[in-house]
Design a protein around this ligand. Structure first.
Ligand code: ADP
Length: 639
């Protein structure tokens, strides 16, 4: 028997060659596939780059369009200011010839860039009152003077100035109720009165602040804060800061105005010089407030001009929202004014010289290189390679198995030929020697001659049975053996076979013990074929049983089948051989150990014959204890 792993041993060189050829072809194929994928990736990248270039040109043109359109809109607003609430983003400034300006929407400008120019030139009119108030310390008389000036027949400027001063004196003389009443005239009276600047500060704001101060009412101060945030009064930055802190202090609320609103006012402040004094009728600039850029663009002559202050981000909003290309606008100093700059991806750059824009545009593909197709194909290639490797291993395995099988058959056949030749040689040798002696008349005694004749008969019978067995096996293998079934009592079969062995074992000390009753187990069988099978089993048992020991043949009905058991107390059969010994030409270790001659076809024949009878052969064996072969056959129908 060959150990199971042995089959891979021969012929290694052939396997190695097979493996090498397949390995080289798989590698070449993989390399080619990889190259192809690489090429495809390059083409994909090229295509993406071209797409990006085109998209970049389109975006640059759009950005130019946005700027041109904004300029045009400013030109239109120069002639007809927009409706309230416009523009939607940023702040529109309309400059007038007298140095004044309007902000639109007004509430977006927290404070004004320059001091309001219309200072109250009526200050001299209050000189008398102020002399009495401050130098002569005559408050009553000062109040008298101010009251006169506050009469409705005077201009709003004079009236507002007089009321502020009157209230001031009233506070000094601790007539706070009266002072509040006077301030209310300013806040509750006509808008003209409230808008008058007293000492550069809107009278309405002075009055509101004073009322909140006098009333110590937090909600009043809170409201003042809200109004300051809504840019209710045109104030300068310092005024805003002062009244904001006052209102915060009085209301007990903390916190700065919203950063964006303050930044816009600050941006207007910073760009004011450019906006109101640039001579060119069209211009633009970018100012930075707390690391945030503001874009300022204007149209018109200095005395009649519209200017838009807006973040580049909101100006370019429609372009930044695009999903396939991500855009960043960068100023001359490398600062990003709009969008986000992706420094990891390859960017297409459009300079101001190319685009006539104030910024350099950096555009990258937002989705990155579309590699899904390539990755899919890569995976497919890997899978195909893995499959090929599996096929390679499986192919090598099966080829090795086939080669090994063929070799085993060849070896078995050669073993068979040598075994059979040996079987033939010993009887033939004795036949030849004895017949020679007899032919030459060298055997004088009659008794001796009889012994020789008997030996000749025995040896020829052995030869005949050997030839018969081989022919039988050959017929069986070829499938031409015809079985003739007839009812047969197992007891008759067993007795007949046992009787055949009697002459052979007589005097050798061996015995065959029979155990079973006659007529109890009838089977449908070909008596001749089944005798061959049983004969083989008994023959084997006798061969392997120890000298002087009995071989037991037992028959009976078990589980509605007829069982014929042949048992010996021989060496037993190892587990690893139990299946193999039923194959043709296979001989086991017991045969080798006991130097038993044979051809390895006996058990194969038994299995064949029993299967043809619709039965099974079962082997039970224990090493060192013995073996039991059982023929199980269906019960005959007419028993
Ligand atoms: P052969 O007897 O010619 O070798 P068989 O097919 O009859 O061929 O038997 C195959 C092998 O089975 C034998 O070589 C032997 O190793 C093993 N064998 C068969 N019968 C027995 C038995 N009763 N005890 C031990 N081994 C046995």
């Amino acid at each position: 028997m060959t150990p199971p792993r042995e089959w891979l041993k021969p012929p290694l060189s052939l396997l190695a060659l097979l493996f090498l050829v397949t390995f080289v072809s798989v590698s070449a194929l993989a390399w080619l596939g990889w190259k192809l994928l690489d090429q495809e990736r390059a083409v994909e990248a090229q295509r993406a780059q071209e797409g990006l270039e085109q998209a970049s040109d389109r975006i640059a043109a759009l950005a130019r369009g946005v700027l041109a359109e904004t300029g045009e809109r400013l030109g239109t607003w120069l002639i007809a200011p927009p409706a309230g609430g416009k523009p939607e983003d940023g702040l529109l400034l309309i400059l007038f010839g007298d140095g004044g300006f309007a902000a639109m929407p007004p509430q977006r400008l927290l404070y004004r860039p320059a001091a309001p120019l219309r200072l109250d030139d009526s200050a001299s009119i209050f000189a008398d009152g102020e002399t009495m108030e401050f130098q002569q310390k005559l408050p009553e008389r000062a109040m008298e003077a101010y009251r006169k000036l506050a009469l409705p027949n005077n201009s709003p400027e004079i009236r507002a100035g007089a009321l502020v001063r009157l209230a001031r004196v009233l506070r000094k003389v601790h007539r706070e109720q009266d002072a509040r009443a006077v301030y209310r005239q300013l806040t509750g009276g006509s808008a003209d009165l409230a808008a008058v600047r007293v000492g550069g500060v809107p009278a309405g704001l002075i009055a509101r602040h004073a009322i909140c101060e006098l009333s110590r009412d937090r909600s009043c101060a809170r409201q003042l804060r809200q109004d300051l945030l809504r840019a209710r009064w045109p104030v300068t930055r310092d005024q805003f800061a002062y009244y904001w802190s006052e209102a915060s202090h009085l209301s007990g609320e903390t916190g700065a105005p919203p950063a964006n609103t303050s930044a816009l006012a600050e941006a207007v402040e910073q760009s004011w010089t450019a906006i109101h004094s640039a001579q060119s009728p069209r211009g633009q600039t970018t100012v930075w407030v707390a690391d945030r850029p503001w874009f300022v663009i204007w149209r018109g002559a200095p005395n009649h001009r519209t200017a838009l202050v807006i973040t580049p981000e909101s100006l370019l909003k429609p372009l930044l929202a695009g999903s396939d290309v991500s855009l960043a606008a960068v100023d001359g100093e490398g600062r990003v004014v709009a969008g986000r700059r992706n420094s990891t991806a390859h960017a297409v750059v459009r300079t101001p010289a190319e685009t006539h824009l104030p910024w350099t545009l950096y555009m990258t593909s937002a989705q990155g290189l579309n590699e899904t197709g390539v990755i899919g194909r890569q995976r497919f290639l890997l899978l195909a390679m893995a499959l090929m490797v599996v096929f390679l291993i499986a192919g090598a395995y099966f080829i090795a198995r086939a080669i090994r099988g063929d070799l085993a058959v060849a070896r078995m056949q050669s073993d068979f030929v040598s075994a059979v030749s040996h079987e033939f040689r010993s009887p033939l040798t004795s036949i030849r020697q004895l017949s020679e002696l007899l032919a030459l008349g060298r055997v004088p005694s009659e008794d001796r001659r009889r012994v020789y004749y008997e030996t000749l008969v025995r040896e020829t019978t052995r030869l005949q049975s050997l030839v018969e067995a081989l022919l039988n096996f050959g017929r069986m293998e070829a499938g031409v053996r015809r079985y003739r079934f007839e009812p047969l009592d197992a007891a008759v079969l067993v007795s007949r076979v046992a009787a055949e062995f009697e002459p052979r074992i007589a005097g050798s000390g061996r015995r065959i013990e029979l155990d079973g009753s006659a007529g109890s187990c009838t089977i449908d069988a070909d008596p001749e074929a089944l005798s061959v099978a049983l004969r083989n089993l008994v023959d084997n048992a006798l061969k392997y049983a120890p000298d002087g020991d009995a071989v037991r043949v037992k028959w009976g009905v078990e589980d509605s089948r007829v069982a014929i058991r042949v048992r010996d107390r021989g060496p037993g059969i190892p587990d690893s051989e139990r299946r193999a010994i039923f194959r043709r030409f296979v001989r086991g270790s017991a045969a080798e150990a006991a130097n038993v001659k044979g051809s390895g076809v006996g058990l194969a024949m038994v299995r064949h014959i029993v299967a043809a009878h619709g039965g099974d052969v079962v082997l039970e064996s224990e090493l060192g204890t013995g073996s039991e072969f059982t023929i199980l056959l269906p019960l005959g129908e007419n028993r």
